[in-house]
Ligand binder design. Sequence first.
Ligand code: FAD
Ligand code: MLT
Ligand code: ZN
Length: 448
Amino acid sequence: MPQVTGNLADALATVVGSAHVLEDPELRAPYERDWSGRFGAESRLVVRAADASEVAAVLRMCRDSGVAVVPQGGNTGLVGGSVPRGGEVVLSLTRLTSLGEVDMTTAQVEAGAGVTLAVLQKHAGAAGLDAGMDFAARDSATLGGIASTDAGGLVAFRHGTARARIAGLDAVLGDGSVVRRMSGLLKDNAGYALPALLVGSEGTLGVITRVRWKLVVPNPERVAALVPLDSIEAAAELLGILRTRVPSLEAVEFFLPEGLELVSSYLGVDPPVDGAAVYLIVEAAAPFDPTEELAEVLPEDALVADDTASRRRMWRLRESHTEAIAAAGVAHKMDVGVPLTALGEFLAHVPDVVAALAPEARTILFGHLADGNVHVNVLGLDDDGDAVDEAVLRLVAELGGTISAEHGIGIAKAPYLGLVRAADEIEAMRAIKRALDPSGLLNPGVVV
Ligand code: FAD
Ligand code: MLT
Ligand code: ZN
């Protein structure tokens, strides 16, 4: 294996080829700023590895040179964990795109960490199966990033978060050791579950190079509905009814009038409904047509979409929130989880909590209702906006929620971890970090 005897860039080039070591500021730039535009700094260089052995060599060279590494997939993360804080090497995993044949006995497939969600969806579809995960960043978000953040998305209610979809993975840990667990066994409790520890570790313990993904059997008949409601309490009540009386339920998402207005004007469309306090997008899918099952419990003014084109139009109103908000400015994005019993109180209080500290700011709330997962987006904050983040996250903690439901802690929420995790737990996390990444090579400043 090549040794670092002089310049780190030259040494890395012997591993990945000089075309994949980017030192030119213009070439580095897209890797140095996050999707939201809020986070990022200059890197020392960007290195694009092509396989697990290159990843291992890059990590060893960076460790020997005392230079920290920021693992990066599609760079769609929203908590600042995928971009440098200043002077690190960005290790891009997007070239790890190998994709195995779907194993039809287990309904599992092996895929490189750089395979995007959209590619996995297509690959699974060609075998008559489905990825069991979906969200708007599907064309760029990679399986390595999805595993590392334990991403959720639009059908987590039905199929779980990434954790539920991952049957195994390969990774190179911060200390250079390799974890290989690709057997895909349903039952395997031989010792500590290291792959489970890597899921959701946000690039701080190891670099995931390959995953074994559990696919699901798709339901061919699908119907969506846009449901206007008078209050979040009415939404929570309807959710309970849907959950217990609609076995084909796949997703229950929500947005509010401010979001609908912003998205409609961003997309240049007339909102198909208005005048409500809350809007839900409900989707049911089954081997039979679920329209009747759904219609039985929905209010009469719900708009039903039972063909692909009208379902997509409906979903655009929800999925385009992220883009519409980004087009309006650089938002502080807080992805939180709140017990459903406290959701009404949370949504009612958040705008006041924000307004008390930043009267000019604009608060847009939307999210995955069935998961109690609210995306709090605050536009118009200046550089001192961190007080707003803290106040919102404190409210979440007081209500028994979590400061991160699906995006991760990253650097955005690292200062607030103590709001929802006891000192002993954080110390246990630090002990794990020290054990697996003793030199602090991987993603410093993220999580703990
Ligand atoms: P990156 O952004 O590159 O990295 C994310 C984190 O994972 C970083 O800490 C990074 O260091 C680490 N990492 C990346 N690859 C690896 C690897 N191979 N090994 C170790 N660590 C690694 N998220 C949801 O959960 N649900 C949603 O519904 C959702 N919708 C989104 C919609 C839009 C429009 C956008 C822009 C983002 C959305 N996200 C959502 C957030 C984001 O897409 C996810 O967090 C996704 O999992 C990130 O994948 P990525 O490949 O872009 O990872
Ligand atoms: C979503 O659910 O649309 C995402 O998690 C992205 C966001 O929070 O903006
Ligand atoms: Zn989300």
